[in-house]
Design a protein around this ligand. Structure first.
Ligand code: GLU
Length: 428
């Protein structure tokens, strides 16, 4: 008799009773020693394994076979490759067990959203299947290599991933790739098998932008409002997730969105600061120094945090400091002493701001001058801490010489530094 597995219908006999239901995956946070059963009334109960006399298999779980549809080409349409990497947009709920699985691939997106086939001829590839909090710099490198390989044969690329770290991926790819076509990253806050999912409009608008937007480079494309009005195309180095769950969580920081993309195919440009298609020779350069960290200062911070990174051999540290770029300097002098020690040993220290909006300033206060002039911290202009982190990792992949690191960090490479912040961009 085979051992019952998760999803199987079973009968559990305990010292006190007999229970019928579906064997559930045990949530990791639950104490060990309990078996979870979904009863016929829908409730899940935990049964103390010490009390279980036997578990009998009544019916094994047979997952439904998913039909894979072939993608067929229509004459005259642009071609877009959709590369899926995981996240909610690729997840489905297993209604039997209530678990969420990252499972859908690009072919499934087309099957579920047939309008996509009227926007572009689609190629689909599942590159990986991970939740975005688990993405590593090496995954960004893998995505960059895949994009370079695919982009020659298509008009644009859509990457699907989890929302949580989409802005890290967007920034990293913006530094790794010089592009002559658009690469559009999209995601969903609600899984695609729910009626309220934002996935469909995000996919339609992203494929539209990848197929027909006249700009090149890396962008995000997600809901612009909480209704299904339009999506915002936002520069990869200027986008940030600003809400845990709203459909319009992705906002531009320190510049206007590049364009509104409507589900009917219209693209309204709002910000002309972008490179046009075909202007640069495409190139991939995905060197990244993994010993790069991002930390945040706060009142009461332990100065040993800085020491830790020095001892662990880190080459670069981005500090999300307060407002104009302050770190505690007077109440706890050891933070500055430790930063100096790190910089003297060759660690690049970059200052960005926790406020996200606005620009850090190396000179306006005495303690800022101490960090910039005396110590040699690099003030990251109006970059978000996440963009500064992706950029510093990439810069350190090329050089660790302080003057060169500083020069590259302060040189605008992929739209990450906006010399004039438009007042209307605040809380856009
Ligand atoms: N935390 C997961 C991720 O970022 C799921 C959330 C999502 O996709 O929006 O991949």
């Amino acid at each position: 008799m085979p051992q019952p597995k998760e999803g199987d219908s079973v009968k559990i006999v305990t010292d006190e009773e007999e229970l019928e239901g579906i064997l559930m995956p045990r949530p990791g946070i639950l104490e060990q020693g309990f078996t979870v059963l979904k009863l016929k009334n829908g409730y899940n109960i935990g049964i103390d394994e010490k009390k279980i006399k036997k578990i009998e298999l009544s019916q094994p779980y047979k997952p439904k076979k998913q039909e894979k549809r072939k993608l067929t080409a229509k004459k005259g349409l642009p071609t877009v490759a959709i590369i899926s990497t995981g996240g909610t947009i690729s997840s489905r709920i297993d209604y039997r067990t209530g678990g969420v699985y990252a499972d859908y691939t690009a072919e499934d997106f087309v099957a579920m959203c047939p309008e996509l086939a009227d926007v572009a001829n689609l190629k689909a590839k599942k590159l990986m299947n991970v939740m975005s909090e688990d993405l590593m710099p090496e995954d960004w490198q893998k995505m960059a290599r895949e994009i370079s390989a695919e982009l020659k044969d298509v008009d644009g690329i859509v990457i699907t991933q989890g929302t949580d770290t989409l802005h890290f991926t967007a920034a990293a790819l913006s530094f790794f790739l010089r592009l002559d076509k658009p690469v559009v990253i999209t995601a969903a806050q609600r899984s695609i098998d729910r009626g309220s999912s934002d996935a469909f409009m995000n996919l339609i608008c992203s494929v539209t932008a990848a197929a027909r937007f006249d700009g090149a480079g890396v962008y995000s494309c997600m809901h612009g409002t909480s209704s299904d009005d339009y999506c915002l195309l936002i520069r990869g180095t200027k986008v940030r997730k600003m809400h845990t769950s709203r459909r319009d969580a992705f906002r531009p920081i320190n510049e206007l969105p590049i364009a509104k993309v409507f589900p009917d195919g219209r693209i309204d440009v709002l910000n002309k600061r972008y490179d046009k298609r075909g202007q640069v020779e495409p190139k991939s350069d995905e060197s990244f120094e993994e010993k790069t960290a991002l930390i945040q200062t706060y009142p009461g911070m332990d100065p040993k945090v800085v020491d830790f990174y020095l001892k662990e051999g880190y080459k670069g540290l981005v500090i999300a400091a307060t407002a104009l770029g302050h770190v505690p300097t007077n109440c706890n002098k050891e933070i500055v002493t430790n930063l100096k020690k790190a910089i003297d040993k060759g660690v690049a220290v970059v200052i960005a701001t926790q406020t996200l909006y606005g620009r850090v300033h190396p000179l306006v206060y005495t303690n800022l001058r101490k960090l910039s002039v005396e110590l040699g911290c690099i003030f990251a202009e109006d970059m978000t801490p996440e963009t500064a982190y992706a950029k510093l990792g990439w810069v350190l992949g090329h050089t660790t010489k302080h003057d060169e690191v500083k020069k590259m960090m302060l040189q605008n490479i992929s739209g990450e530094i906006n010399p004039r912040i438009n007042a209307d961009s605040f809380l856009y």
